[in-house]
Design a protein around this ligand. Sequence first.
Ligand code: G3P
Ligand code: CA
Length: 289
Amino acid sequence: MKKLFVLFFLILGLGSVVLIQAEKNSSKPTPVTVPGDFAVIAHRGASGYAPEHTLEAYRLAQQMGADYLEIDLQQTKDGVLVAMHDDSVDRTTDGSGLVSSFTLDQLKELDAGSWFNQKYPEKAEEYFSGISVPSLKDVFEEFGTSANYYIETKTPDAYDQMEASLLQLLDEYHLLETPQSNQVIIQSFSQESLLLIHQSHEEIPLIQLIPKEKAAELNAEDLARIRTYADGVGVNYNHLTADFAHSVREAGLDLHPYTVNTVPDMADIVGKGATGAFTDYIDLAEKTN
Ligand code: G3P
Ligand code: CA
């Protein structure tokens, strides 16, 4: 009788696991077909499935076949570049305060994964808990030349020598040796930051990010000016009109809208001629070849 009970609960347990898995799989959307050269950019890593800007999110992005790992840069008190979107650690760690008020060692003490488990219990994984904030060097150590990187100098005015530190690290990890392969793309909302990089490394492909309120204001002349130093623009997809998309492509610029997280939005920007997209859900796009 006792054995029967154990068997019953085992079957019940197994059934629940299968059901949860089926539930997870059934929520997967049918991906949008995109051209083979369309750049699928893993926004903050596979941040729809793992804590943003952690090695786990980047690993998952690579496993899922992303073309680029997107990395936002902040800088620690001791001048180390780290992968983090916000200038404070409050949202994505268990600490509080500006990134620039922490040394790298202090930052490494923080838990950069538990917030995700708490916020998204349906996506929680035990191993996310306690993971740390990676430095850019950590990312290059792990992925080296096996990945493509799409790196944003975030609020570079707030930091000393962010561009110089980035270029030095890229050089150290042999990531500037084949610029024609577009293995590294640098993006920024700051035109000054991009121009600074262009002055010393004009071979590095650059993307000018456009603030959402500015997209409608840019004319052909503005786009031609951007074309003198950048290869493309990153635009908030909510503010991407068909006319503007056409003008961008006419100007010979790539068009990478952000952050495209649903099938209809992905289909919409592909229809408007986007040549890539930032997305938290890499599996929204499927290459034709
Ligand atoms: O870098 C493109 C996109 O990521 C810009 O938005 O705020 O996520 O960095 P944000
Ligand atoms: Ca970014």
